[in-house]
Ligand binder design. Structure first.
Ligand code: PMP
Length: 321
């Protein structure tokens, strides 16, 4: 389908593309092992968060929590804020975002362009501090409405009702689903749907190695566990270092021409690990992984150029879980 009544109707329905060059070679006669990328940057504001923002706003409207002209308050790493800003503009709400003061310049520029207001929380506390600050502000403004992506079932439901069914439709032979853990909405919603439909499917999470930073992702053992998180949905968790995330992000551009953000690199690292395991075990595998966003918003970090050491240094302090 290519014609939509409005931009909101154009959320989701993203392409799933094969990675013929990055998929591991298998010995002659062995079953195929293939990697597939779900390109979520092909959403209206350029990230997977358009799905969650749309579902959360719709659910709040249907329940009467949101009324025309209301102010929405949300702690966000950027992608959710940008997605909510677009939905809020089209549905007639004011949006106030709370985010750490060290997010990339592109994020604040985009948010302001969409008409959102920004309240900065201290950089040192990362997204956990943004959540705490937003809760304080909410207490001071009882009429402002928080959708709270970390605990809002409509976030995971967006993926249960759209991302999951799209993957099943496009890749009925899927054996592994790999995505990053942020709010955990992508993995909880898509994972639950696919487990109901495909026996034995593996649901695999990529998270930053403890103490390291990959934008948009969080390590579940580092303090705050999102209310949406249910460990029983996951088959495995992979910890990925910042350096490997950068390396894989660059490899994806170089080998397959896909220009992704750095959380994709972490996800790809885990996807490649399970693909190579399948080759060693002699198993067939169709490994689908999520590309949550493209690289545009991260260009100013400088981490797409230079040596890996320079890239790692450039990202230090700019990425937060
Ligand atoms: N990657 C990026 C770039 C993100 O912005 C997010 C959302 N914070 C994620 C991955 C993780 O997605 P989810 O919140 O659904 O777990």
């Amino acid at each position: 389908m290519a014609r939509y009544e409005s931009l909101l109707d154009a959320c989701g329905g993203t392409p799933l593309v094969g990675l013929p060059r990055l998929s591991p070679a298998v010995p002659e006669g062995a079953p195929p092992v293939r990697l597939w990328a779900k390109l979520e940057d092909r959403n209206p504001t350029g990230s997977i968060k358009d799905r969650a923002a749309l579902f959360m706003v719709r659910a709040a409207e249907e329940s009467g929590h949101l009324r025309p002209g209301d102010t929405i308050l949300e702690p966000t790493s950027g992608n959710t804020g940008i997605a909510l800003a677009m939905v809020a503009k089209l549905r007639g709400y004011r949006l106030v975002c709370v985010m750490p003061e060290n997010v990339s310049a592109e994020r604040t520029q985009l948010l302001r362009m969409y008409g959102a207001e920004i309240i900065f929380s201290p950089a040192a506390g990362g997204s956990n501090q943004a959540v705490a600050t937003a809760k304080q502000i909410a207490a001071e403004h009882p009429d402002w409405k928080m959708l709270f992506q970390y605990g809002n079932p409509a976030n995971a439901r967006a993926h249960y009702e759209t991302t999951g069914p799209e993957l099943l439709h496009d890749l009925p032979t899927i054996t592994h689903f790999v995505a990053g853990l942020g709010t955990t909405g992508t993995l909880m919603g898509t994972g639950r749907f696919l487990k109901e439909k495909i026996e034995g499917i593996q649901i695999i999470a990529a998270e930053p190695r403890y103490g390291e930073l990959v934008y948009g992702l969080r390590n579940i053992d580092e303090g705050y566990v999102p209310e949406l998180y249910d460990a029983s949905v996951l088959t495995r968790r992979f910890s990925v270092g910042t350096r490997d995330a950068v390396l894989r992000t660059r490899q994806l551009i170089e080998v397959e021409g896909i220009f992704a953000g750095f959380s994709t690199g972490a996800v790809l690292h885990a996807a490649l690990a399970v693909a190579h395991e399948a080759v060693r075990a002699g198993n067939r595998a169709d490994v689908a992984f999520v590309v949550p966003d493209a690289g545009w918003k991260y260009l100013s970090t400088g981490a797409y150029g230079g040596t890996l050491n320079e890239a790692e240094e450039a990202l230090e302090g700019q990425l937060w879980a």
